[in-house]
Every structure is written in structure tokens, then in C-alpha cells.
Design a protein around this ligand. Structure first.
Ligand SMILES: NC(=O)c1ccc[n+]([C@@H]2O[C@H](COP(=O)([O-])OP(=O)(O)OC[C@H]3O[C@@H](n4cnc5c(N)ncnc54)[C@H](OP(=O)(O)O)[C@@H]3O)[C@@H](O)[C@H]2O)c1
Length: 382
């Protein structure tokens, strides 16, 4: 039987690689729906190849243009209503969430409520509302299977282990493009410099997050919710080769790691095939070519975003939502060349100081805070 898949964010870095995996295993996987923001030319090609039942173009005008062009039976939807419709579609078994940012939160919750398993790339959803999302998943008995390579590694290492035996999660970080730069050089780094990641080819937002190490901070918060561990049991280690994708330490101090070449198709495929493991088309790791595996502590002085993420997690409640919303807006300003590299942590810190932590109960409360912090940052920068 085919697993029927909805890809939210099919024209992005994760979305495209997901399509490659699906095309390599036509006997296992089938696409039922796709969603994009506005890349309708690429979506049109995907429609011809994959023949989804429904597609969503978030941008209404672009959706209307596509509707005039398409001759297939594919239904074209738009906006949040469209995302919510495909998230809950009866013909879908698993929703792969690869949109960028907290926009993924409502469709992910909708999919969970409709009993779909989630292959989760969209880490911002767990950063903003990890508690709500994990509780909803537990209530519905659905799986949240991580796509992020670090969390996939931990998920794989935990296979067959009792969570109560876990003493520590060790998240590895490549260190990003500025790992060896001085603070002064980083201060003047442009978005173009930041987009040159040494090991991974990714979308723009996550590439900037990797350069500031906010990505690792978001991953710490993601790990806290996915694996139910507190911050004192999560350690970040810089490992520039990105061969060890992450590790767990058990209570007898045994360490289990997952290794492989840095290729997102592996965690994507595992998330889709889980609990099965299927043939891979990913290059093998040849240990004769691995000359060294090195490790070092992250430098919180040059990369303060990581400390801010720790602080947000400790503060709890609505604070990670503030951290995330501020970061999303600031990254787009940085990408447009409107602010400097260290303005990102500077204004996140200010936003966090301006916010009084609330214990949220509903997703609506979180979305209000998300909107507030975006407006607050805009007012500061303008
Ligand atoms: N890239 C990686 O290697 C990697 C690794 C681990 C985790 N992640 C996580 O995966 C997520 C996606 O990252 P990415 O690098 O693949 O991003 P990306 O390359 O920027 O792609 C984002 C995708 O989401 C679509 N999208 C954006 N807003 C949307 C909306 N409102 N409605 C529908 N579709 C929307 C985009 O469509 P358009 O093309 O129309 O803009 C695009 O298809 C992020 O949360 C990231 O942190 C990525």
C-alpha cells in the first residue's frame, strides 16, 4: 500500500528533496497534495509529474493565474483555508511540513486533529507551540517524526531505548559559515556571506539562522518538546564535518550516535518510511575518506542568538514564541540588507525584555503574541 503524502512547501529545499525521495520509491509513496507560497511555475511542473489531487498557492493572485493555466483535474486552493483543507484531507496519511516559519503552526495542528502523522521539518511550529502540538499529537495518537537531521539522528538512536534511560541529548552543530570568523568580521558580514553554508544547501531563512546559530537554538527548543527533556539534558557541540548528526548519552554513559554523509534525503526518507527502513540512494559514508571528526564548544560570545534561545526556553510560556517571531522578521530585514548581523540578537533581546511571559492555553493566544512581536520589531527598525 502506498503512503499518501501532503507536502507543505514543495518548492523549497526540503520540499524538492522530498519529491526526489518520492520519485525514487514510486511503489511506496504517492503525493496527494502540494502547497507553495507563490512559485507557480515550479508547482506547475510538479503537478504534471506528480498529479496531486489538490494544490495550494498561498498567494491568491498567483493561485488565480495558475488556475487559468492548468488543464488537469487538480483542484487549486489558496490561503490558510487551503492549507487547512489539504492538512485534513481524507486521502492523506502523512503531512510533511516544510514551509518556513510559524505559518506552519495552524496546518500542523489541523493535520494532527485529523489523525495524520507528521513528518516535521518546520521546526518553528514546535518552537512556538511545542507543548500544544505534542499534547494534541498524544491525544490523537499520531506520530511526529522529525525531518531535521539532528532530531532524526536522536529519534533513530532512541529506537528500542526507554526514554527514562536517557541521560543527555548531544546536538551537533556545523558551526555555520562564520565558525572561524572574528567577532569584528562577523559584525560586517553580509547576507551573501551568511548564505554560503559549508556543508548544507538550504533555504535562505534557515541559512541565516545557521550563521547566527539561532538554528541550533531553535533545535534545542524543538528537541525539548520532541523528546520531553529539559534544557539541562541538552548539550550543543560544534562538529564542523557534519558526519555525526547527533547523539544520545544513556544513564550507563554509553553514547549512541547516528552518522552519514550530510544529505537531507536520508532523514526525509526515514520520516516517510518509518517504521520501515527502505533502500537508500544516498551516498555511502566511506570511513577511509573521513580524515577527522572534531568537536568544540559553541562560542556564545560571537553567537549570542544561541544564548537567547536558551533563555527563552528557560523563561517558558510565550517567550519562545517571542524569540521566534522576532527572529523571523529580523532575518528578513537582514536578507534585504536593512540591518547588520548583530542587530538580529540585539533586537531579539530587546523584544524579549519588553515581553512579560504568559502561560498560554490556546493557539489563538500564541498567534496574538506572534503578531505583537512582529509589529514591535517593525516599529523599532523603522
Ligand atoms: N533546508 C534544510 O536543509 C532544512 C533542514 C532542516 C529543517 N529545515 C526546516 O524546514 C523548513 C523549510 O526549510 P527550507 O530550507 O526547505 O525552506 P525554503 O527553501 O525557503 O522553502 C520554503 C517552502 O515553503 C513554501 N512556503 C512558504 N510560505 C508558505 C505559505 N504561507 N504557504 C504555503 N507554502 C509556503 C515556499 O513556497 P515558495 O517557493 O512559493 O516561496 C517553499 O516551497 C524550515 O522550517 C526549516 O527550518 C530545513
Amino acid at each position: 500500500m502506498h503512503k499518501r503524502i501532503c507536502i507543505m512547501g514543495s518548492t523549497g529545499s526540503i520540499g524538492r528533496q522530498t519529491i526526489e525521495v518520492i520519485k525514487e520509491h514510486p511503489e511506496k509513496f504517492q503525493v496527494t497534495s502540494l502547497a507553495v507560497m507563490k512559485s507557480i511555475d515550479e508547482l506547475e511542473e510538479q503537478i504534471h509529474i506528480l498529479k496531486p489531487k489538490k494544490v495550494v498557492v498561498f498567494d491568491k493572485e498567483k493561485a488565480e493565474i495558475l488556475a487559468k493555466r492548468i488543464t488537469t483535474k487538480t483542484k487549486i486552493l489558496w490561503g490558510m483555508d487551503g492549507l487547512l483543507e489539504i492538512a485534513a484531507d481524507d486521502d492523506t496519511d502523512i503531512v510533511l511540513t516544510s514551509v518556513v516559519g510559524s505559518i506552519g503552526l495552524l496546518p500542523t495542528l489541523k493535520a494532527i486533529e485529523a489523525g495524520k502523522d507528521i513528518a516535521l521539518a518546520n521546526k518553528e511550529t514546535l518552537v512556538v507551540a511545542g507543548d500544544l502540538v505534542m499534547k494534541a499529537a498524544a491525544k490523537m495518537g499520531v506520530r511526529i517524526i522529525p525531518v531535521d537531521s539532528e532530531h532524526s539522528a536522536i529519534f533513530q538512536a532512541l529506537n528500542g531505548e526507554q526514554t527514562s534511560h536517557l541521560s543527555k541529548i548531544i546536538l551537533t552543530a556545523s558551526g555555520g559559515p562564520f565558525k572561524d570568523w572574528t567577532k569584528d568580521a562577523i559584525r560586517h558580514a553580509t547576507a551573501k556571506d551568511a548564505l554560503k553554508h559549508p556543508n548544507w544547501s538550504m533555504g535562505k531563512k534557515i541559512s541565516i539562522d545557521s550563521a547566527t546559530l539561532m538554528n541550533k537554538g531553535l533545535e534545542v527548543i524543538e528537541a525539548r518538546w520532541l523528546f520531553g527533556v529539559d534544557l539541562d539534558k541538552i548539550e550543543v557541540v560544534v562538529h564542523p564535518q557534519s558526519i555525526i548528526h547527533s547523539m544520545i548519552e544513556l544513564r550507563d554513559h554509553s553514547i549512541i550516535a547516528q552518522l552519514g554523509v550530510p544529505d537531507m534525503k536520508l532523514p526525509i526518507q526515514y520520516a516517510l518510511s518509518y517504521p520501515d527502513r527502505i533502500r537508500g540512494n544516498i551516498p555511502r559514508l566511506d570511513f577511509k575518506e573521513v580524515t577527522s571528526l572534531t568537536f568544540m564548544e559553541p562560542d556564545l560570545e560571537r553567537f549570542p542568538c544561541l544564548s537567547l534561545a536558551y533563555e527563552a526556553l528557560v523563561a517558558g510560556g510565550t517567550m519562545p514564541c517571542v524569540l521566534n517571531g522576532a527572529n523571523e522578521v529580523l532575518v528578513s530585514y537582514y536578507l534585504n540588507g536593512e540591518i547588520g548581523f548583530y542587530d538580529i540578537p540585539k533586537y531579539i533581546e530587546k523584544a524579549m525584555s519588553a515581553h512579560r511571559v504568559l502561560e498560554y492555553k490556546t493557539v489563538e493566544e500564541l498567534l496574538e503574541i506572534d503578531q505583537w512581536v512582529r509589529r514591535w520589531i517593525q516599529s523599532q527598525i523603522k
